[in-house]
Design a protein around this ligand. Sequence first.
Ligand SMILES: CC(C)(COP(=O)(O)OP(=O)(O)OC[C@H]1O[C@@H](n2cnc3c(N)ncnc32)[C@H](O)[C@@H]1OP(=O)(O)O)[C@@H](O)C(=O)NCCC(=O)NCCS
Length: 174
Amino acid sequence: MKIIIRPETDADYELITNVINLAFKQTNEGILVEKLRETSCFVSQLSLVALVKGKIVGHVLFYPITINTEKAFCSSLSLAPIAVHPDYQRRGIGSKLVEEGMEAAKRLGYSSVIVIGHSTYYPRFGFKIAKEYGISAPFAVPENAFFAKALVNKGLEDCSGGKVVYPKELYDCM
Ligand SMILES: CC(C)(COP(=O)(O)OP(=O)(O)OC[C@H]1O[C@@H](n2cnc3c(N)ncnc32)[C@H](O)[C@@H]1OP(=O)(O)O)[C@@H](O)C(=O)NCCC(=O)NCCS
């Protein structure tokens, strides 16, 4: 199966929301992407779609965030949401979205990614429990579901003791 990953275009918006709604079986995450797209921080090159035979079957968003310590604001990315159409799951599409998204993020100069998600899914991409880097979440989240990954050498070095700051739009959709 040939999977093409590319950044979203204006023509994709409705199709992206549809895929997200189908994958999550609710509308919160689709609304979140629509709201974040309206913000000045949104990076369309990091809102990626997966196509199979020209059809959008998956989407991932990497959204800029900061990890704030007493000394510094470290820029990072939040990987969320990620969605694959239920008919196309478990065929490597989610993995390709994560991997190509991280490559794109690296090319754009980002040095790390944070994700809240399934404890067995993210370690395969090199994510580690965020606590190992001394990074905490701004709300209660199980320790084994809160991950961080450095995209470059020492990419999380200055973030120890830091707390992730998510965009307010996330809280509206929780
Ligand atoms: C999570 C999701 C994006 C994965 O996409 P995918 O294309 O099915 O993933 P891949 O084919 O690349 O990888 C499949 C692997 O992911 C694992 N996986 C899929 N969903 C999972 C879940 N909910 N919990 C844990 N592991 C999961 C599978 O067990 C499989 O593992 P294996 O390779 O050891 O068999 C997709 O299942 C999805 O859209 N789920 C609904 C929305 C969601 O939960 N998003 C993530 C929020 S963190």
